[in-house]
Design a protein around this ligand. Sequence first.
Ligand SMILES: Cc1ncc(COP(=O)(O)O)c(C=O)c1O
Length: 478
Amino acid sequence: MTAMTKTEAAVTLRKKPELMSVEDAKALDTARMAELFKAHLNPGQFHFMKLLGFHKIKVERAEGMYYIDQNGRKILDFFGGFGSLAFGHNHPRILAARKRFQEEKRHEIAIAFMSQYATALAHNLAACSPGGLDMVFLGSSGSEAMEAAVKLAERAAGPKRSRIVYAENSFHGKTKGVLAVTDGKLYRGEFQLTDNTVRVPFGDIEAVENAFRSDPGIGAIVLETIQGGGGIVEAAPEFWRKLRALCDRYGVLWVADEVQCGYGRTGRFYAFEHYGVVPDITALAKSLGAGKAAIGAMIARRDVYMKAYGTPKTAMIHAMATFGGIGEACITAIEGLNVLYEEGLMENAETTGAYLIERLEALREKYPRIIKEVRGRGCMVGLEFHDFSQTLPAVLRPMVAVLDEKLKGSLSGFVGALLLRDHDVLVAFTEYNRNVIRLEPPLIARREHVDAFIAALDAVLARGVAAIVKDFVKSQMG
Ligand SMILES: Cc1ncc(COP(=O)(O)O)c(C=O)c1O
């Protein structure tokens, strides 16, 4: 056995170990944060942060569309926490509601008594949802909401119909249950996952029908309405109408994952509303917490819910966990929903998003050899670059070969790193398709933010692929 460290010895003696205070935490510099991140959080992840230049940034404040770093530099946020920041950072109404709640010494844990906050939030979510989606389960994340959705579907469908259809390139979370319906090889690793699943290509109605027809054991289908992790991929509108009809014909429950695409991001509260159909079960998270709280919700049709958990005997099978319906998270979400409607953020998402897409299309025309496709709806936009691994000048290939495996054929990492370094703009990358930059700005974004973003992107692309690659590689050497 190795000797105890000073901290371990102090712990055994019940003496206070050397702990950092909140003020100590605020005062950490990037070098010390890097040490602690590597020592205690995720050493491998640090590699990627360094590659993209993110490790040099310490965010001191965040407000509206911007992060503000240790040097007072304002970074325009077109990443938006993968759709978590509908209201931008620290919206004043959200802050004020939380402050009042704390000052009034309101209660948090909601598992003994009924909570006025959880019940009001459930009411609001039902009011925002069409088609009898009335029953709500509250959790702390998108994964937990999706776990609840898949469990509900399985119980409502019954033991003879426990098979679940999911889509290629899907992402529904990293907890073990929903990992079985998440299509990422990286995330699935070599975990032992439940094998009651059937995978179909996304948006392929014939494949869905074949599966339903040939396997009466199928009781549910789980789909993101717009695939986020897959690189902002939409199915044709007819797909959804036919899917609804097929689900009705075969008695299959449709679970719509709206964790990323929901909450007004595409201009409607739920993305499925664009197609005039309603699923049996859905899930929200991310922006539901208004950028301040960890909260997710499953929302289900009442008859489906009652079938699974509707009696005193079955009610506790999947009742809310310790932090489900916690007070401050609920009032944050309640205030958020009110702000979403009162500030017209869905309308803004639609018009600002359309303007963003229009400006990106103009850039695609200007740089047809660099930009392959622009796609999306509202403030959920994908920008796909051509794979340059084959077209890169031969002299540059050895340079790129020294880079991380994942960056080799993809321009998005290089462009993203230069947007941050030279233009103070943050964008997101896509695990499943390394050529796609995801743009999910807050729904408060205005034309001037789009103009600033487009000017930055234009300036980076104007350098040309060879210069972008050279510049990036040079920054890695320095
Ligand atoms: C569509 C979708 N579902 C589920 C999740 C999981 O959410 P969380 O990270 O809050 O667990 C995500 C997260 O990115 C998502 O995009």
